[in-house]
Design a protein around this ligand. Structure first.
Ligand SMILES: C[S@@+](CC[C@H](N)C(=O)[O-])C[C@H]1O[C@@H](n2cnc3c(N)ncnc32)[C@H](O)[C@@H]1O
Length: 423
């Protein structure tokens, strides 16, 4: 099936290049075989063939019905190819700017995507949704404060903006953050994340009680219960929350008190690796097969998710990439660097089995003062069985004592500092 849809995408591309109207027929066939990709391409096809009304209708349809699905599909190889086709044809830029910005994000062009979101959010007639999406992209690039001027103008009217505002303000002014979370709930009572965010704005000693009291107020379902359980775990360990999730990684870096290697296991398009370079890390190593998760991830993502289609991402000069499955790359690297210790280890590989491989190879290089940042540590359905479990087992077996430095407020991240290792 994938080969068939790839052929159709290629045929559309070739036909469009010469203005051949049969691209429309290919598109209709593609919509039957792969609706998500097909509908997205239809907007481009119509525009290229000069039917702007049809293009606008198709574009609207994409905006309304397909964007969410497309976002979920981004990490699959098929969508990656489709996104590249889209980018080559390029016409979405004017017609459906938010989808265009999201497409850029989906293929790892983070800076271009950010610029596209920013352009859309700062237009005089921008929508609140565009502002909320801009804030999200700014947060994911660790610069949420740059979105505050536009976010603050929408907090009173739009729940999504209020929620993003709550996250960004959290690290600077928790009273303002709590106000944003309350506002989000007033505008949309179903936003249970805002309830949890507001509880996290309480003084540390009152947080646990406040979170416990939420149990009856949250909607039924795994996500809310899992996030509450993750927050209770974090509150029990008295570590601070951090509003913008990538800043958990930054807090780890800022707290590192030993020299040594900076390693990331799980690179994908290099977003967090490049962030570390921007934050001053002079040399870092990134490990990834670049073919996505090697197995299904407990109902969250299918095997192959987060594939770059085998492409190596563009990374800063200070970063060295090591391509391959962890079982083939990590131990050799650890053996070559036996004398080194770890300054910071970023574990962002989602699966229990992958995190276990990481800790088997690099765990023995941790020293007192080393930092480990886990990207998917707690607060989502099944969290106790993934990176969290791998870390608990490793530290228990190896006699490693550690302290929590911070947890992502509405995310899943946790940063720890190793206190001592058994000699
Ligand atoms: C969630 S992504 C990493 C995201 C990235 N740090 C970022 O900030 O955008 C997880 C990555 O782990 C990689 N991965 C997971 N298990 C792996 C394994 N056993 N060997 C190699 N790569 C693996 C996948 O290929 C994928 O790129």
């Amino acid at each position: 099936m994938q080969q068939y849809t790839d052929q159709l995408v290629e045929s559309i591309r070739q036909r469009l290049a010469v203005g051949d109207k049969r691209a429309r027929e290919d598109c209709a066939t593609l919509i039957k075989a792969a609706p998500d990709v097909g509908v997205m391409l239809l907007a481009v096809v119509e525009e290229r063939l000069g039917d702007f009304d049809a293009a606008r209708q198709a574009a609207q349809k994409v905006e309304e019905h397909q964007l969410q699905t497309a976002m979920e599909l981004y990490s699959s190889a098929r969508c990656f190819q489709a996104m590249h086709a889209l980018m080559e044809v390029g016409a979405r830029r004017q017609k459906i700017p938010l989808a265009w910005a999201q497409s850029l994000w989906g293929v790892g062009r983070y800076e271009q995507s950010y610029a596209a979101f920013e352009a859309e959010a700062t237009r005089s007639s921008s929508s609140a949704e565009a502002v909320a999406r801009f804030a999200q992209s700014a947060i994911m690039l660790g610069r949420g404060e740059l979105a505050l001027p536009v976010i603050d103008q929408r907090v009173e009217q739009h729940s999504g903006c209020a929620l993003q505002g709550g996250l960004i303000w959290y690290d600077q002014d928790q009273e303002r953050s709590a106000y944003c979370f309350r506002r989000a709930r007033a505008l949309e009572p179903g936003i249970w994340q805002a309830l949890i965010g507001e509880a996290a704005c309480q003084p540390k000693e009152q947080r646990l009680d406040r979170l416990q009291a939420l149990a009856g107020q949250l909607p039924e379902g795994d996500r809310a219960a899992a996030m509450l359980a993750g927050h209770m775990y974090a509150a029990e360990h008295q570590a601070p929350f951090i509003g913008q999730s990538p800043l958990v990684l930054k807090a780890g870096l800022d707290s590192a008190s030993t020299d040594g290697l900076v390693l990331e296991c799980g690179v994908y398009f290099g977003r967090t690796l490049n962030l570390m370079a921007q934050w001053g890390v002079e040399a870092a190593h990134g490990f990834d097969c670049f073919e996505g998760l090697p197995a299904d991830w407990n109902g969250q993502e299918a095997s192959g998710a987060y594939s770059t289609g085998g492409y190596l991402p563009v990374v800063s000069e200070s970063v060295q990439l090591h391509r391959g499955l962890f079982e083939h790359t990590l131990q050799g690297f650890a053996d070559e660097h036996q004398q080194s210790q770890i300054r910071l280890l970023h574990v962002d590989c989602d699966l229990y089995t992958s995190a276990t491989e990481v800790l088997k190879a690099f765990g023995p290089m941790l020293q007192s003062g080393s930092i480990v940042v886990h990207d998917d540590y707690c607060g989502y359905p099944g969290w106790q069985g993934d990176e969290f479990r791998a870390w608990q087992e490793f530290t228990g077996d190896a006699g490693v004592a550690y302290d929590y430095l911070g947890f992502g407020l509405l995310g899943r991240e946790a940063a720890v500092r190793v206190r001592s290792v058994q000699s």
